[in-house]
Design a protein around this ligand. Structure first.
Ligand SMILES: Nc1ncnc2c1ncn2[C@@H]1O[C@H](COP(=O)(O)OP(=O)(O)OP(=O)(O)O)[C@@H](O)[C@H]1O
Ligand SMILES: [Ca+2]
Length: 944
């Protein structure tokens, strides 16, 4: 027990973990609980709660931050790179200083890349956990960061909110929460006095409530288990897994090469020096053999494309950062890759395709149609009052001002905000006065749901047992519930068949203009025997009196048309799924450019549900618009399209969209949407804009593209280096490239190449292609063509230099040629030409789809330029002054430098020539199956 509070942390924690109501009652219920926690269930933490007391609170009960693993420090990254066994082997041996420099460079660069990557993802994690909560403090509702929520805080929960900490229900209407369960059985649960315990991390799906916080941070039930789970799972994206495999396969080839080279070298040594078996273990021989071993290991290091996973990581983290600039917050790494493969997007209309800046454009009020909002003097007093009361009371929205810059902000449902705006601006009525007024004893609220497409509020009159219900909602739905309408004088008139038809006509006219027709109605009724309204399950929404229809305009976003066109070019289908009626949807869809051709289909969700499977399959490819849809329809659509082998992206903002968001390959939630939706999504579209989705696809595609660019570069360099070394070893040249040179080449081919090519900004051409097939070969035919051509060219060239050096340049004259120092000159020439070939080929690899402009957008690839210049400078230093560092090079003459540069730049010419040679469409590498496949097939054949 402590001094300030009447209840200990342990008791509170136990209360929520055991969900023990008896225990709560023993304490004396929530009211008493609040007392023990020095708080008030209506006004929240009090004024006298000074800063020191807030501190005392968090000292006693903890703070609401999620426990997390400590970030790895740079040094531990360095150590984990050094732990790489092969590096150690290279270091223990006495070697010229050059090798240490090389090892040092690799270590630092790889560690830096890993460290940077981890920081990036950590930053993202922080962003994605940045959730706010509404608390009542000093009687005012405040929005604070969830991490500042304290035990004893009274929090306000509305549809879509995330519950920030464990808490106990105080009061509310129809609170339904979605509790993600550790056992995987997620469930919707009704919460009230009988089930008052709310666990942190749950989402409010329906209703509203206030609750008192009882446990925060690591003391909450979900967090104590979550930490364990988070520590366990190291999740790789599918592409990462594939690249690991590619990397391993290439590594295996390298090992085979290395073993072969090792044996060849040893045998050659033994033969040439005709060493007898007894002399093999002689120290001299042993030293030589050990040197061969180190060399072979170097070959393995070169062969293993360590840069490949690094390239992907760099590309991923680079893309994620760039996507954030484009207002896409990536919550799940895998989503970036999947965005590249997405073939279909199920998009909401409101807010995504439209601006969601809603206004009332037209109205039908009490029997008269107005082409714009009427002046209040045009309306009967009673009519105006009922209209205003209905709008003010039957809504949870607010029009506020931004405290910082004074701009107006609207909080809550956008339709409701549009109506409030009309009250304030056109009718000059203060909705807050109505809400606070004596007429407004709100006893029950039936919040809006996309299924019911309407909402209602019930108020009690001063007169006993007299109540009034205000209902508003989708016009044709609420019209069904009305049997009377108000006329111009404010009298309730029974609705005849022809009246109803006329109303429908008005609704249709508004819809065809792309407006959302919203019907407002009310009814007075009596409820006998002091019935408790909290128990009322179904709202008394029948026999309503219709007051008016508001045509609400929601303009299309200006850049959406272009973005939709981009998706079309990229063969990404867009299907609009909306809760609006069919006519409104078709009108908006046509304007946006979704629904154009005669074979496009627009239908209501009900129709879709009624179709049989065959009808559906026939219609789905042409489907463009689904109207009157509920979140569960969205989920169904995801399922249908997945069956048709589509990679489906789905947008969602409502708490009820969580299932669709989770089921889809890529769940895209809206920045303005509910926390629940965000929590279940893979990408948060911060600005809600559809064009950001198109950009996400572009970045996703660019990841594949960049990995491929690097792959082409790396494989060429590897193949040439390995074959060259191999030929050198079996011939009389022994080591055409020394171990330190090979390591430098390794740095270029791996880490530097990865940094240069994996951070390339995407070109717009990417969005002119079909979506990436998720399991398409990573090496396309075009790449294969380039790899083979370059390898053949470079090898021919280098072997000519290696074996024909003297024929080409003549016998070096020791007196004139200052650079002639050792016989190693010809090796230096080979080394230098090799590096120059790679440097020029790096340009070729910038564009791997036969594009001719290989310097396109080069000014934006700043890392490419930096890396390239860095390589160039280091190379010149290594060649001209490398011997100082023990790098086993000699300087080159001007002629030799010229030759290296010309030979290197010829790779560009070759690259251009290759671009015109056509290749078959189907990836050749897909024909090559793993040995397992052939074994299986052989078994099948021999069996059948
Ligand atoms: N606050 C509200 N009060 C009453 N009725 C509403 C309200 N908001 C929307 N409606 C009605 O319910 C219908 C369906 O709304 P729903 O939220 O399902 O779709 P939406 O969000 O408008 O469209 P989308 O699915 O494209 O985002 C709307 O067409 C409108 O007529
Ligand atoms: Ca390597």
């Amino acid at each position: 027990m402590n001094l300030n509070f009447g209840i200990s942390k342990e008791v509170l924690v136990a209360l929520n973990t055991t969900k023990n109501i008896a225990k709560l009652q023993e304490i004396g219920g929530v009211q008493a609980l609040a007392g023990l926690l020095n708080t008030n269930i209506r006004t929240g933490l009090g004024l006298n709660e000074k800063i020191s007391e807030y501190k005392q609170r968090s000292l006693t009960y903890g703070s609401n931050t999620r426990p997390r693993a400590k970030p790895k420090r740079f040094l531990s990254h360095v150590l984990s790179v050094l732990r790489d066994d092969m590096m150690i082997v290279l270091m223990v041996r006495y070697e010229p200083i050059g090798i240490y420099i090389a090892v040092f460079c690799v270590t630092i660069i790889v560690s830096a890349a890993n460290w940077h990557k981890e920081r990036q993802f950590r930053f993202l994690n922080e962003l994605k956990e940045d959730v706010t909560s509404k608390v009542i403090r000093n009687g005012e509702t405040e929005r604070i960061s969830s991490s500042h929520v304290q035990v004893g805080d009274i929090i306000r929960l509305d549809q879509g909110d995330m519950i920030p900490a464990d808490c106990v229900f105080i009061e509310g209407f129809h609170l339904t929460i979605f509790e993600p369960n550790m056992t995987g059985t997620d469930a919707f649960i009704q919460k009230d006095y009988s089930q008052p315990f709310l666990s942190s991390g749950s989402q409010v799906v329906d209703g509203t409530a206030t609750a008192i916080v009882t446990a925060v941070g690591r003391n909450t039930q979900s967090n104590s288990t979550r930490v364990l789970i988070e520590q366990e799972k190291v999740k790789f994206t599918p592409l990462q897994i594939r690249l690991e495999k590619v990397s391993r396969d290439i590594g295996k080839i390298g090992i085979v090469f290395a073993i072969f080279i090792f044996i060849t070298l040893c045998l050659k040594y033994i033969f040439i020096n005709s060493i007898s078996p007894s002399e093999v273990f002689h120290t001299d021989t042993f030293g030589v053999i050990f040197r061969y071993l180190t060399f072979s290991i170097t070959i393995v290091v070169v062969a293993i494309p360590e840069g490949l996973p690094v390239a992907l990581s760099i590309s991923l983290s680079h893309s994620i950062k760039a996507m954030l600039k484009d207002n896409n917050l990536v919550r799940n790494l895998e989503a970036c890759e999947k965005m590249a493969c997405t073939t279909l997007i199920l998009s909401d209309k409101t807010g995504v395709l439209t601006t969601s800046k809603m206004t009332v454009a037209e109205a039908w009020i009490a029997g008269t149609k107005y082409d714009q909002i009427p002046h209040p003097s045009q309306l009967d007093h009673d009519v105006l009052n009922i209209l205003a009361d209905g709008i003010a009371i039957n809504s949870k929205a607010h029009l506020g001002v931004n405290t910082i810059d004074g701009t107006p902000v609207s909080i809550g449902n956008k339709v409701d905000c549009a109506l409030l705006q009309m009250l304030v601006k056109n009718f000059e009525i203060d909705y807050n006065r109505i809400r606070a007024g004596s007429d407004c004893d709100l006893v029950q609220m039936f919040t809006f749901s996309p299924e019911r497409k309407r909402m209602s509020a019930v108020v009690r009159w001063d007169v006993e047992n007299q109540y009034r219900i205000y209902t508003k909602g989708a016009a044709e739905v609420v019209l069904e519930l009305c049997n009377r309408y108000m006329n111009h004088q404010g009298e309730a008139i029974t609705m005849q068949q022809q009246d109803r038809q006329l109303m429908m006509l008005h609704i249709n006219i508004m819809s065809r203009k792309g407006l959302k027709p919203l019907l407002l109605a009310f009814n007075d009724f009596e409820l006998q025997g002091n019935n408790n309204f909290y128990d009322l399950e179904h709202p008394p929404e029948d026999e309503l009196i219709m007051v008016g229809i508001m045509g609400i305009k929601d303009p299309i976003r200006p850049d959406v048309i272009e973005a939709l066109q981009k998706c079309k070019n990229a063969s990404m289908n867009v299907v609009m799924v909306t809760g609006d009626n069919l006519q409104t949807a078709v009108s908006v869809g046509t304007d946006a450019g979704i629904y154009l051709d005669t074979d496009h289909v627009a239908l209501e969700a009900q129709q879709l549900r009624d179709y049989n499977e065959q009808q559906r399959e026939e219609m789905l490819p042409r489907l463009k618009i689904v109207a009157r849809a509920t979140p569960s329809d969205k989920q169904l659509l995801v399922e249908y399209y997945k069956k048709l082998k589509h990679i489906v992206g789905v947008t969602g903002d409502d708490a009820r969209d969580v299932h669709a968001l989770k089921d889809a390959h890529v769940g895209l939630s809206m920045g303005s949407g509910t926390d629940a939706a965000k929590e279940s999504s893979d990408i948060v579209i911060l600005d809600d804009d559809f064009s950001s989705i198109a950009k996400a696809a572009l970045w996703g595609r660019s990841i594949f593209e960049n990995v491929r660019k690097f792959l082409q570069f790396q494989i060429t360099a590897n193949a040439v280096a390995l074959i060259l070394t191999f030929v050198g070893c079996v011939s009389d040249k022994e080591f055409p490239l020394t171990a330190s040179q090979l390591l430098w080449i390794n740095i270029i081919a791996d880490v530097l190449g990865a940094s240069a090519l994996a951070t390339e900004p995407p070109s717009d051409d990417l969005m002119k292609r079909r979506p990436q097939f998720a399991y398409a070969s990573l090496i396309t035919n075009t790449m294969l063509k380039n790899i083979i051509a370059q390898t053949v060219y470079q090898l021919t060239l280098l072997l000519c230099l290696l074996f024909g050096h003297e024929q080409l340049f003549g016998q070096p004259d020791p007196e004139n040629d200052w650079s002639y120092k050792k016989h190693k000159n010809d090796f230096t020439l080979v080394f230098n030409s090799f590096v120059f070939c790679q440097l020029f080929n790096m340009f070729n690899c910038r564009r791997i789809n036969n594009e001719f402009n290989i310097v396109q957008n080069i000014h934006k690839s700043y890392l490419f330029i930096i890396v390239w210049i860095f390589c160039l400078v280091v190379q010149v230093v290594l060649v001209e002054a490398g011997w100082l560092l023990g790098f086993e090079t000699t300087g080159l003459s001007f002629l030799e430098w010229f030759v290296c540069i010309v030979f290197g730049s010829l790779t560009l010419t070759l690259g251009f020539a290759m671009r015109v040679i056509p290749v078959p469409k189907r990836d050749l590498l897909t024909y090559i199956k793993s040995p397992k496949f052939y074994i299986e097939r052989f078994k099948r054949r021999s069996n059948g």
